[in-house]
Design a binder for this molecule. Structure first.
Ligand code: PRP
Ligand code: URA
Length: 209
């Protein structure tokens, strides 16, 4: 699966284990999601293009590399994807932020769109889509469809925990995007929740329910 990278760094694995614990409270959960996103982003952005620019050091003038091209776009899938945004912005403070609002129907598990706004010109940007959970893959596929319909080309999808079913569905629907996950869990249950997973990511980040 050449377009899928499992970012199994020990620090990421350790932090995911704390996320899974049902006794981890909202405050800590939120901080961990942000930290994991930053660690994942460090790896996922290692192919950002560079260009040499002229800089005067206190000693002499030199040509030295800086990130090239249009600013990165971070596009969280609402709500839970919002929890990962600051982790990426810590690495790339000048990134633009879009939003895709999707919620899963509790019965059909199909995604429903309620809000979408992307930074212009989206076609010239590297786009990092964030969502902590890749379950059936319905939301991820719909989000990437939307971004492509609006001209997005270089898309990276970042999820903290993925179910094998969702990973396969996203990979098949969008073989041209790069997918980064922190861990691939066992399966989905009858309610399309990831097992063992961490429960409802949105509720745990925002302290709802
Ligand atoms: C969760 C999660 C993903 C989606 C994953 O969002 O944050 O967006 O479910 O499931 P899927 O792969 O089966 O589509 P949810 O719909 O619960 O909305 P929320 O983030 O607003 O809580
Ligand atoms: N969404 C979540 O937040 N958790 C799951 O396990 C599946 C979908």
């Amino acid at each position: 699966m050449e377009n899928v990278t499992v970012l199994n760094h020990p620090l990421i694995q350790h932090k995911i284990s704390i996320l899974r614990d049902k006794n981890t409270g909202t405050n800590e959960f939120r901080a961990l999601v942000e930290e994991i996103a930053m660690l994942m982003g460090y790896e996922a952005l290692r192919d950002l293009p560079l260009q040499d620019v002229k800089v005067e050091t206190p000693i002499e003038t030199c040509m030295t590399p800086m990130i090239a091209g249009k600013k990165l776009a971070v596009v969280p899938i609402l709500r839970a994807g919002l929890g990962m945004v600051n982790g990426i912005l810590a690495l790339v403070p000048s990134a633009k932020v879009g939003h895709i609002g999707l919620y899963r129907d509790e019965v059909t598990h199909e995604p429903h769109e309620y809000y979408c706004k992307l930074p212009d010109p989206i076609e010239l940007r590297t786009i990092v889509v964030t969502d902590p959970m890749l379950a059936t893959g319905g939301s991820a596929v719909a989000a990437v469809n939307f971004i492509k319909e609006h001209g997005g080309k270089k898309i990276k999808f970042m999820s903290i925990i993925a179910a094998p079913e969702g990973l396969e569905r996203l990979r098949k629907a969008h073989p041209d995007i790069q997918i980064y996950v922190g861990h691939v869990d066992r399966c989905l249950n009858e309610n399309a929740y990831i097992c063992p997973g961490l429960g409802d990511a949105g509720d745990r980040i925002f302290g709802t329910k």
